[in-house]
Write a protein that binds this ligand. Structure first.
Ligand SMILES: [Zn+2]
Length: 493
């Protein structure tokens, strides 16, 4: 038996009484993961499938090696080893021409027109660096970068890419700016609230550097438009916050042979890598399948430290600039894990999956697919809990609550959300505790469940119906819709 440190990532700590690491005894990786699930039973369903296999979106590293490339769960461990569990979270050397691997091919810089005196002054700190110089700065001016998502990650990456003199930045987003964005999306100001993100981003970035052309792409990236959208760009920055778009960006980048600079954030933790299937693994090599949609909360539900996307986005911008210039050692084949609470960076090796459905020689996937269905997103075929549970609109609920036989109102959000806003008369039972607290609910009485937007409460309502509760309904649109349609004094977030 050897004593091994097992690191628990932030998304799973809630199921491990908040522990960030535990010390466990075992002979193999399999022993340790089993012991971890025994010690913290809440982790069982996150780590294992119903038939006892490790879930495919949970990757396990022994020190800095992926166990899939060792002896998997039979890999022996020794005293002092560190086992890290790295789950998918939602929210891509190259020396100059001598080593062409990964270098983006651009027009020969020499043919570009020379810089104006203003440009020479603007970029003087770059021009002084032998690794950049006039030739490198021209490369940046001729390069085109697509930033997918103008949110927490897209804000710092696009600001630094514009400041650095990247010639064209395409920005994909279709949201309007909300006041809750301002805590981290430093592209926008309070006066911008309500404006389309792309309008505000374009004026901000072009004010920063009139030499950068900002191309707004106000569309949801989809299998129908992704290849055409990505094609004109030299590299892609993945600043998305959901799994369907992440897989879509990965797949389109692989099919087009473009580097994909990946970043993702969750609460206090971030991940960064560069996926370039021509020279290393892709996102699917790391995570062949997404987690089920109810297992990993989004930033809107789980929260995120405002400066976290700043750090991760700046690392993405750094990698993008290095790849464009063909300097330094890129993150191809490495995943950097950043823990803001401990202020610690760790690094693990990424390998190309020899069976990757997309980027291996045996690839079976030759085009784009239906990503909502692949990721089991509510609303995609066959997985929509909301369609199985009756809904009630906010005004109808208001009428019933003031009637003779009001329903019991159950808030299934987290206590941190309850502290922000609540509907008067509700009781708080977080979704994860529902199954253990059914005796607090009355089967005879009518129940209405709500969460922030209606998605989590639909899942919880379905669970209660499966447990035999007959009179369960879901508040359509959640507490945010209640605020909009019934009581504006309830805070929307
Ligand atoms: Zn792959």
């Amino acid at each position: 038996m050897s004593k091994v440190t097992v690191k628990i990532p932030t998304p799973l700590r809630g199921f491990a009484e908040g522990a960030s690491e535990v010390s466990l005894d075992g002979r193999t990786v399999g022993d340790l993961v089993h012991r971890l699930a025994e010690t913290h039973p809440g982790l069982q369903r996150h780590l294992y499938t119903a038939d006892g296999h490790l879930r495919s979106f949970v990757t396990v590293y022994l020190n800095d090696e992926d166990i899939r490339y060792l002896e998997r769960e039979s890999t022996p461990v020794k005293e002092g080893d560190v086992l890290s569990i790295v789950p998918a979270i939602a929210g891509g050397t190259l020396s100059r021409s001598r080593s062409p691997a990964g270098v983006v091919r651009l027009q020969p810089a020499e043919r570009a027109p020379t810089f104006t005196p203003e440009e020479l002054r603007r970029y003087s700190r770059h021009l002084l660096l032998p690794e950049v110089g006039v030739a490198g700065q021209k490369r940046l001016r001729e390069s085109k970068v697509l930033v997918v998502g103008a949110g927490g990650l897209g804000a710092p990456t696009s600001l630094y890419l514009a400041a650095a003199g990247v010639g064209e930045i395409g920005l994909v987003d279709f949201d309007a700016i909300e006041v809750s964005n301002l805590q981290r999306q430093v592209l926008y100001t309070t006066a911008d609230v309500g404006r389309p993100k792309l309008d505000a981003a374009k004026s901000r970035l072009e004010a920063l550097n009139p030499g950068t052309r900002v191309v707004p792409i106000a569309e949801r990236l989809s299998a129908a438009n992704a290849l055409e959208t990505l094609r004109p760009y030299d590299l892609v920055i993945d600043g998305t916050d959901n799994f369907p778009t992440r897989y879509l960006v990965n797949d389109a980048s692989v099919l087009l042979g473009k580097p994909n600079v990946y970043g993702s954030i969750y609460r206090f933790e971030g991940q960064v890598s560069v996926f370039d299937a021509r020279h290393g693994p892709c996102y699917r090599c790391l995570y062949p399948e997404p987690p089920p949609p109810d297992l990993v909360p989004s930033c809107a539900e789980g929260g995120v430290l405002g400066v976290l996307p700043g750090v991760v986005g700046v690392l993405q911008a750094t990698e993008a600039i290095k790849v464009l210039l063909g300097i330094g050692e890129s993150l191809v084949g490495r995943l950097v894990l950043y823990d803001a609470l401990a202020l610690r960076f760790r690094e693990v090796k990424l390998r190309k999956n020899p069976k990757c459905v997309l980027c291996s020689p045996h690839a079976t996937q030759k085009g784009l697919i239906d990503y909502a269905a692949f990721c089991g997103v509510p609303g995609a075929s066959g997985v929509d809990a909301a369609s199985e549970v009756p809904e009630i609109s906010p005004p109808a609920l208001q009428a019933e609550l003031s009637g003779a036989d009001p329903p019991m109102l159950v808030d299934v959000r987290e206590p941190t959300e309850w502290a922000i806003s609540r509907i008067p008369g509700a009781v708080l039972i977080p979704k994860g505790e529902i199954a253990d607290r059914v005796d607090e609910l009355t089967r005879a009485r009518s129940l209405v469940l709500y969460c922030r937007t209606g998605r989590r409460s639909a899942d919880a309502a379905k669970l209660l119906r499966d447990l035999g509760f007959q009179h369960v309904r879901n508040l359509k649109g959640g507490i945010n819709a209640w605020s909009e349609e019934v009581d504006p004094s309830v805070v929307r977030y």
